[in-house]
Design a protein around this ligand. Structure first.
Ligand SMILES: *Cc1c(COP(=O)(O)O)cnc(C)c1O
Length: 294
Protein backbone atom coordinates (compact mmCIF):
# COMPACT_ATOMS: atom_id res chain seq x y z
CA UNK A 1 0.00 0.00 0.00
CA UNK A 2 1.18 3.46 -0.87
CA UNK A 3 0.17 6.06 1.67
CA UNK A 4 1.27 8.36 4.49
CA UNK A 5 3.52 10.59 2.43
CA UNK A 6 5.48 13.09 4.55
CA UNK A 7 4.80 16.83 4.81
CA UNK A 8 7.74 19.24 4.47
CA UNK A 9 7.77 22.97 4.93
CA UNK A 10 9.71 25.96 3.71
CA UNK A 11 9.66 29.71 4.03
CA UNK A 12 9.34 32.03 1.06
CA UNK A 13 9.10 35.75 1.68
CA UNK A 14 6.90 36.16 4.75
CA UNK A 15 5.06 32.92 4.20
CA UNK A 16 5.49 29.38 5.39
CA UNK A 17 4.35 26.77 2.91
CA UNK A 18 3.67 23.17 3.83
CA UNK A 19 4.08 20.62 1.05
CA UNK A 20 2.38 17.23 1.01
CA UNK A 21 5.01 15.06 -0.64
CA UNK A 22 3.03 12.62 -2.74
CA UNK A 23 6.03 12.68 -5.09
CA UNK A 24 7.71 10.46 -2.47
CA UNK A 25 5.02 7.74 -2.34
CA UNK A 26 7.06 5.53 -4.64
CA UNK A 27 9.86 6.13 -7.13
CA UNK A 28 7.74 5.20 -10.17
CA UNK A 29 4.15 4.95 -9.09
CA UNK A 30 3.55 8.24 -7.31
CA UNK A 31 1.74 11.55 -7.13
CA UNK A 32 -1.96 12.04 -7.51
CA UNK A 33 -2.02 9.37 -10.23
CA UNK A 34 -1.04 6.75 -7.65
CA UNK A 35 -3.89 8.05 -5.46
CA UNK A 36 -6.33 7.96 -8.37
CA UNK A 37 -5.32 4.43 -9.23
CA UNK A 38 -5.01 3.09 -5.65
CA UNK A 39 -8.41 1.45 -6.00
CA UNK A 40 -7.05 -0.77 -8.75
CA UNK A 41 -3.80 -1.49 -6.96
CA UNK A 42 -5.38 -2.42 -3.63
CA UNK A 43 -8.31 -4.51 -4.88
CA UNK A 44 -8.34 -7.79 -6.74
CA UNK A 45 -9.66 -8.05 -10.26
CA UNK A 46 -9.48 -11.75 -11.02
CA UNK A 47 -11.20 -11.43 -14.39
CA UNK A 48 -8.96 -8.61 -15.61
CA UNK A 49 -5.78 -8.98 -17.63
CA UNK A 50 -5.73 -5.77 -19.67
CA UNK A 51 -5.99 -2.02 -19.10
CA UNK A 52 -7.41 0.10 -21.91
CA UNK A 53 -6.95 3.87 -21.88
CA UNK A 54 -6.37 6.86 -24.14
CA UNK A 55 -5.18 10.45 -24.09
CA UNK A 56 -2.08 12.60 -24.56
CA UNK A 57 1.19 11.07 -25.70
CA UNK A 58 3.27 12.39 -22.78
CA UNK A 59 0.61 12.11 -20.13
CA UNK A 60 1.52 11.40 -16.50
CA UNK A 61 -1.51 9.16 -16.21
CA UNK A 62 -0.32 7.07 -19.16
CA UNK A 63 3.01 6.49 -17.44
CA UNK A 64 1.33 5.62 -14.13
CA UNK A 65 -0.97 3.16 -15.90
CA UNK A 66 2.09 1.48 -17.38
CA UNK A 67 3.47 1.11 -13.84
CA UNK A 68 0.13 -0.24 -12.56
CA UNK A 69 -0.02 -2.75 -15.41
CA UNK A 70 3.48 -3.89 -14.54
CA UNK A 71 2.66 -4.23 -10.85
CA UNK A 72 -0.46 -6.23 -11.69
CA UNK A 73 1.11 -8.19 -14.50
CA UNK A 74 -1.55 -6.94 -16.91
CA UNK A 75 -1.33 -5.83 -20.52
CA UNK A 76 -1.76 -2.16 -21.25
CA UNK A 77 -3.22 -0.81 -24.49
CA UNK A 78 -3.17 2.96 -25.00
CA UNK A 79 -4.73 4.98 -27.82
CA UNK A 80 -3.37 8.36 -28.81
CA UNK A 81 -3.31 10.66 -31.83
CA UNK A 82 -0.58 10.14 -34.47
CA UNK A 83 2.83 10.98 -33.07
CA UNK A 84 5.21 13.53 -34.54
CA UNK A 85 8.79 12.45 -35.12
CA UNK A 86 10.03 14.64 -32.24
CA UNK A 87 7.69 12.92 -29.82
CA UNK A 88 8.55 9.45 -31.17
CA UNK A 89 12.25 10.10 -30.68
CA UNK A 90 11.87 11.70 -27.25
CA UNK A 91 14.21 10.21 -24.68
CA UNK A 92 13.58 9.88 -20.95
CA UNK A 93 10.00 10.91 -21.55
CA UNK A 94 6.75 9.46 -20.23
CA UNK A 95 6.27 7.93 -23.67
CA UNK A 96 9.63 6.18 -23.76
CA UNK A 97 9.32 4.98 -20.16
CA UNK A 98 5.77 3.69 -20.70
CA UNK A 99 6.84 1.76 -23.79
CA UNK A 100 9.71 0.30 -21.76
CA UNK A 101 7.13 -0.85 -19.22
CA UNK A 102 5.41 -2.79 -21.99
CA UNK A 103 2.68 -0.37 -23.07
CA UNK A 104 1.15 -1.19 -26.45
CA UNK A 105 0.61 2.10 -28.22
CA UNK A 106 -2.01 2.49 -30.94
CA UNK A 107 -1.95 5.70 -32.96
CA UNK A 108 -5.20 6.97 -34.40
CA UNK A 109 -5.64 9.74 -36.89
CA UNK A 110 -8.94 11.43 -37.78
CA UNK A 111 -10.95 8.69 -36.10
CA UNK A 112 -9.45 9.39 -32.63
CA UNK A 113 -12.37 11.37 -31.15
CA UNK A 114 -15.08 9.07 -32.36
CA UNK A 115 -13.16 5.93 -31.45
CA UNK A 116 -12.23 6.96 -27.91
CA UNK A 117 -15.68 8.32 -27.07
CA UNK A 118 -17.30 5.01 -27.96
CA UNK A 119 -14.70 2.55 -26.65
CA UNK A 120 -16.21 -0.83 -25.79
CA UNK A 121 -14.35 -3.26 -23.57
CA UNK A 122 -14.69 -6.96 -22.92
CA UNK A 123 -14.95 -8.50 -19.43
CA UNK A 124 -11.18 -9.04 -19.17
CA UNK A 125 -10.47 -5.36 -19.89
CA UNK A 126 -10.51 -2.40 -17.55
CA UNK A 127 -11.31 0.95 -19.15
CA UNK A 128 -9.67 3.99 -17.56
CA UNK A 129 -10.98 7.34 -18.82
CA UNK A 130 -8.66 10.17 -19.83
CA UNK A 131 -7.27 11.71 -16.64
CA UNK A 132 -9.08 9.00 -14.61
CA UNK A 133 -12.03 11.37 -14.27
CA UNK A 134 -14.15 8.67 -12.69
CA UNK A 135 -15.67 7.58 -9.40
CA UNK A 136 -13.02 4.89 -8.72
CA UNK A 137 -10.50 7.71 -8.17
CA UNK A 138 -12.35 8.69 -4.99
CA UNK A 139 -11.00 5.70 -3.04
CA UNK A 140 -7.35 6.80 -3.01
CA UNK A 141 -8.02 10.54 -2.85
CA UNK A 142 -10.22 9.98 0.21
CA UNK A 143 -7.24 8.28 1.83
CA UNK A 144 -5.11 11.32 1.00
CA UNK A 145 -7.78 13.59 2.53
CA UNK A 146 -7.73 11.53 5.73
CA UNK A 147 -3.95 11.92 5.99
CA UNK A 148 -4.30 15.69 5.62
CA UNK A 149 -7.12 15.80 8.19
CA UNK A 150 -5.04 13.87 10.72
CA UNK A 151 -2.02 16.10 10.19
CA UNK A 152 -4.13 19.23 10.69
CA UNK A 153 -5.57 17.87 13.94
CA UNK A 154 -2.12 16.87 15.23
CA UNK A 155 -0.87 20.38 14.52
CA UNK A 156 -3.90 22.15 16.03
CA UNK A 157 -4.82 23.65 12.66
CA UNK A 158 -8.56 24.02 12.67
CA UNK A 159 -8.92 25.13 9.09
CA UNK A 160 -6.26 25.19 6.38
CA UNK A 161 -6.04 25.84 2.66
CA UNK A 162 -4.95 23.02 0.38
CA UNK A 163 -3.69 24.21 -2.98
CA UNK A 164 -3.03 22.18 -6.13
CA UNK A 165 -3.09 22.84 -9.89
CA UNK A 166 -5.81 21.01 -11.82
CA UNK A 167 -6.07 19.13 -15.08
CA UNK A 168 -9.41 17.33 -14.98
CA UNK A 169 -10.09 18.51 -11.40
CA UNK A 170 -10.63 14.94 -10.18
CA UNK A 171 -8.10 15.29 -7.37
CA UNK A 172 -9.27 18.74 -6.24
CA UNK A 173 -12.91 17.70 -6.34
CA UNK A 174 -12.61 14.50 -4.27
CA UNK A 175 -10.23 16.22 -1.84
CA UNK A 176 -12.75 18.96 -1.14
CA UNK A 177 -15.48 16.35 -0.78
CA UNK A 178 -13.52 14.68 2.03
CA UNK A 179 -12.03 17.78 3.64
CA UNK A 180 -15.15 19.57 4.76
CA UNK A 181 -13.38 21.58 7.49
CA UNK A 182 -10.76 22.85 5.07
CA UNK A 183 -10.69 24.87 1.87
CA UNK A 184 -9.31 23.30 -1.31
CA UNK A 185 -8.10 25.89 -3.82
CA UNK A 186 -7.06 25.14 -7.38
CA UNK A 187 -6.52 26.70 -10.79
CA UNK A 188 -7.31 25.55 -14.32
CA UNK A 189 -4.21 24.40 -16.24
CA UNK A 190 -6.09 22.66 -19.08
CA UNK A 191 -8.81 24.74 -20.73
CA UNK A 192 -10.91 27.44 -19.13
CA UNK A 193 -12.19 27.79 -15.57
CA UNK A 194 -15.70 26.97 -16.81
CA UNK A 195 -14.44 23.80 -18.47
CA UNK A 196 -12.75 22.69 -15.24
CA UNK A 197 -15.95 23.27 -13.27
CA UNK A 198 -17.89 21.32 -15.89
CA UNK A 199 -15.47 18.39 -15.57
CA UNK A 200 -15.73 18.38 -11.77
CA UNK A 201 -19.52 18.60 -11.98
CA UNK A 202 -19.57 15.49 -14.18
CA UNK A 203 -18.41 13.36 -11.20
CA UNK A 204 -20.41 15.27 -8.57
CA UNK A 205 -23.17 12.73 -8.04
CA UNK A 206 -24.25 13.94 -4.61
CA UNK A 207 -24.06 17.68 -4.97
CA UNK A 208 -20.87 18.14 -2.93
CA UNK A 209 -19.24 21.51 -2.45
CA UNK A 210 -16.75 22.28 -5.22
CA UNK A 211 -13.23 23.57 -4.53
CA UNK A 212 -12.48 27.24 -5.08
CA UNK A 213 -11.09 27.77 -8.61
CA UNK A 214 -8.83 30.79 -9.18
CA UNK A 215 -9.05 31.63 -12.87
CA UNK A 216 -5.94 31.09 -14.97
CA UNK A 217 -6.64 33.18 -18.06
CA UNK A 218 -3.09 33.47 -19.24
CA UNK A 219 -1.15 30.24 -19.45
CA UNK A 220 -1.97 27.58 -22.02
CA UNK A 221 -1.41 23.94 -21.17
CA UNK A 222 2.09 22.48 -21.48
CA UNK A 223 3.37 25.65 -23.14
CA UNK A 224 6.71 27.08 -22.04
CA UNK A 225 6.64 30.63 -20.65
CA UNK A 226 9.80 32.36 -19.49
CA UNK A 227 8.13 33.77 -16.34
CA UNK A 228 6.78 30.37 -15.33
CA UNK A 229 10.25 28.87 -15.54
CA UNK A 230 11.60 31.73 -13.40
CA UNK A 231 8.92 31.10 -10.77
CA UNK A 232 9.43 27.36 -10.55
CA UNK A 233 13.23 27.66 -10.47
CA UNK A 234 12.90 30.07 -7.56
CA UNK A 235 10.52 27.73 -5.70
CA UNK A 236 12.77 24.72 -6.42
CA UNK A 237 15.74 26.61 -5.00
CA UNK A 238 14.09 27.93 -1.85
CA UNK A 239 12.19 24.73 -1.05
CA UNK A 240 14.89 22.27 -2.13
CA UNK A 241 12.03 20.29 -3.69
CA UNK A 242 11.78 19.45 -7.38
CA UNK A 243 8.34 20.20 -8.80
CA UNK A 244 6.75 19.13 -12.06
CA UNK A 245 7.25 21.46 -15.06
CA UNK A 246 3.77 21.21 -16.58
CA UNK A 247 1.28 21.89 -13.78
CA UNK A 248 3.34 23.25 -10.89
CA UNK A 249 4.78 26.37 -12.60
CA UNK A 250 1.20 27.52 -13.27
CA UNK A 251 0.14 26.40 -9.81
CA UNK A 252 2.85 28.31 -7.97
CA UNK A 253 2.55 31.41 -10.17
CA UNK A 254 -1.21 31.68 -9.57
CA UNK A 255 -0.85 30.85 -5.87
CA UNK A 256 1.85 33.50 -5.30
CA UNK A 257 -0.15 36.11 -7.21
CA UNK A 258 -3.20 35.49 -5.02
CA UNK A 259 -1.57 35.07 -1.62
CA UNK A 260 -3.15 38.16 -0.11
CA UNK A 261 -6.64 36.74 -0.72
CA UNK A 262 -5.85 33.49 1.15
CA UNK A 263 -6.14 33.54 4.94
CA UNK A 264 -4.50 30.87 7.08
CA UNK A 265 -1.99 28.09 6.50
CA UNK A 266 -1.33 26.77 3.02
CA UNK A 267 -0.57 23.15 2.22
CA UNK A 268 0.60 22.67 -1.37
CA UNK A 269 -0.11 19.21 -2.73
CA UNK A 270 2.86 17.86 -4.70
CA UNK A 271 1.18 15.71 -7.36
CA UNK A 272 4.36 13.98 -8.59
CA UNK A 273 4.83 13.92 -12.36
CA UNK A 274 8.61 14.33 -12.30
CA UNK A 275 9.20 11.67 -14.96
CA UNK A 276 7.84 14.14 -17.54
CA UNK A 277 10.30 16.87 -16.55
CA UNK A 278 13.13 15.92 -18.86
CA UNK A 279 11.04 16.27 -22.02
CA UNK A 280 9.40 19.49 -20.81
CA UNK A 281 12.83 20.91 -19.98
CA UNK A 282 13.82 20.20 -23.60
CA UNK A 283 10.95 22.39 -24.76
CA UNK A 284 12.07 25.14 -22.42
CA UNK A 285 15.62 24.87 -23.76
CA UNK A 286 14.25 25.18 -27.26
CA UNK A 287 12.40 28.38 -26.29
CA UNK A 288 15.59 29.77 -24.73
CA UNK A 289 17.72 29.00 -27.80
CA UNK A 290 15.13 30.52 -30.08
CA UNK A 291 14.99 33.77 -28.11
CA UNK A 292 18.79 33.85 -27.89
CA UNK A 293 19.22 33.64 -31.65
CA UNK A 294 16.40 35.96 -32.73
C1 LIG B 1 -2.38 14.85 -13.42
C2 LIG B 1 -1.68 15.92 -12.66
C3 LIG B 1 -2.37 17.01 -12.13
C4 LIG B 1 -3.86 17.23 -12.34
O1 LIG B 1 -4.68 16.23 -11.76
P1 LIG B 1 -6.26 16.25 -11.98
O2 LIG B 1 -6.80 15.32 -10.97
O3 LIG B 1 -6.52 15.74 -13.39
O4 LIG B 1 -6.75 17.64 -11.84
C5 LIG B 1 -1.64 17.96 -11.42
N1 LIG B 1 -0.30 17.85 -11.26
C6 LIG B 1 0.40 16.81 -11.76
C7 LIG B 1 1.86 16.76 -11.57
C8 LIG B 1 -0.28 15.82 -12.48
O5 LIG B 1 0.43 14.79 -12.99
Amino acid sequence: MLNNSPISQFKYGNHTFFVKRDDLLDKNFNGNKARKLAYYLENDFPATNTIISYGGNQSNLMYSLSCLAQLKNWQFIYYTRSLSKTVKDSKQSNLELSLKNGMQLIELDKEYNQFTSSLCTTSNQLLICQGALQIEAEYGIKQLAEEINKWAVLNYLESINIFLPSGTGTTAFFLQKHLDKHQVITTNCVGSRDYLIEQMSSINYDNSKLPLVIDNKQYRFATPYEELLTTIREINKVSQIEFDLIYDPVGWKILLENLETIKGSILYLHCGGLTGNYSMQQRYNYLKNKSATS
